[in-house]
Design a protein around this ligand. Structure first.
Ligand SMILES: [Fe+2]
Ligand SMILES: [Fe+2]
Length: 341
């Protein structure tokens, strides 16, 4: 019996066939594996990874671009914000950038890197090949580098502008993730972290996808986000493979407990952080009453379910491919969250 299946599919038909084969194998032997002969791709990591290939990104004093794309910050469309001058709007975008990078740091160091450490050291409940485990160290290095680059860019921004991070709280997703894990016993705490990591590593956030192409944004900021996106494209393949392996090896009980968490974690990862947004407005001088109003009203016309459905498409497609939607509780959770149509 092999301990890891190999990933990346040639065609959807192959995918479906493999998924159903995998389901059958898993049904007979919950720790069984699927086989398809293809692989994740990190062979060129030593020369292609950002940490090895790209020099430090530096902010230039003369660069007067925006800190972030305004369209990705719903508060920026509110009439009370639009009526204020450039300095106020720039402060909100700057605070958004600080929050975005700090979110990245927490995500990498407190969720993804611990998951990669478990995989690399073969301390996770999911069995993998030695090669797959070894590649976990590459991703661990990437994630530490992404966290460093995020903090480095925050520090550079603080050094050359008046935009200093204002009351940085731990991001909301961390509290939600901790709450979910606290409610679980024993091995399920670990499996929940692995499932959260599979979600965060396989979906595509609007910031990662759109900021690099926005020429209004400061060049070094776009570059560092683009560097991150390039690495994450590789990680997507690795964690797709891990997700498939994990699901194939799960027992019925593990599927019942962890499967529905995928829908929950998509929401956890993508939800906006209302407390942080209020902090950005406070930094820009808005009163408490205005902050509450702006945060609430900025989301009234936005269909968050639709946005989450769009962003999570890659993850949900993989779940479908791996037979996870054949599991009723997992499929029901996705439907209840509005993540499948
Ligand atoms: Fe990353
Ligand atoms: Fe990653």
């Amino acid at each position: 019996m092999r301990d890891i299946q190999h990933c990346d599919r040639e065609t959807e038909e192959t995918v479906s066939a493999m998924a159903s084969q995998q389901s059958r194998l898993a049904g007979n032997d919950p720790r069984g594996t699927a086989e398809d002969g293809s692989k994740w791709r990190l062979a060129d990591w030593s020369t292609a990874a950002t940490v090895r290939a790209v020099a430090r990104r530096r902010l230039a004093d003369k660069d007067r671009g925006l800190p972030f794309s305004p369209e990705l910050v719903p508060l920026m469309s509110h009439a009370l914000v639009r009526s204020r001058d450039d300095a106020v709007q720039r402060m909100i975008l700057g605070q958004k950038l600080h929050s975005y990078f700090r979110f990245t740091t927490h995500l990498e160091l407190k969720a993804v890197l611990p998951a990669c450490t478990m995989i690399g050291l073969k301390e996770s409940a999911i069995r993998t090949t030695d090669e797959f485990a070894h590649d976990g160290f590459k991703i661990a290095v990437d994630e530490a580098h992404h966290a460093y680059c995020a903090e480095d860019m925050k520090q550079q921004l603080t050094a050359i502008t008046t935009i200093r991070p204002y009351r940085e709280r731990p991001p909301a997703f961390l509290r939600m993730l901790a709450g979910e894990r606290d409610a679980l016993d024993g091995k399920f705490k670990q499996l929940a972290l692995l499932a959260f990591t599979c979600v965060s590593e396989t979906l595509i956030t609007s910031s990662l996808a759109n900021v690099p192409a926005d020429e209004r944004v400061i060049r070094a900021i776009r570059d560092v986000i683009m560097d991150h996106a390039r690495d994450e494209a590789k990680h997507h393949g690795y964690f797709s493979c891990f997700m498939e392996t994990m699901w194939a090896q799960f027992t019925v009980e593990e599927r019942d407990v962890v499967g529905p968490l995928f829908a929950k974690f998509i929401g956890t990862f993508l939800s906006h952080d209302a407390e942080a947004e209020s902090d950005w407005l406070e930094a820009a001088g808005f009163s408490g009453a205005d902050r509450t109003r702006i945060v609430a009203e900025s989301y009234e016309a936005i269909d968050l379910r639709k946005i989450h459905r769009q962003a999570s498409k890659p993850t949900v497609a993989l779940m479908n491919r791996f037979g996870m939607l054949d599991h009723p509780a997992t499929a029901d959770a996705l439907a209840a969250a509005g993540l499948v149509e």
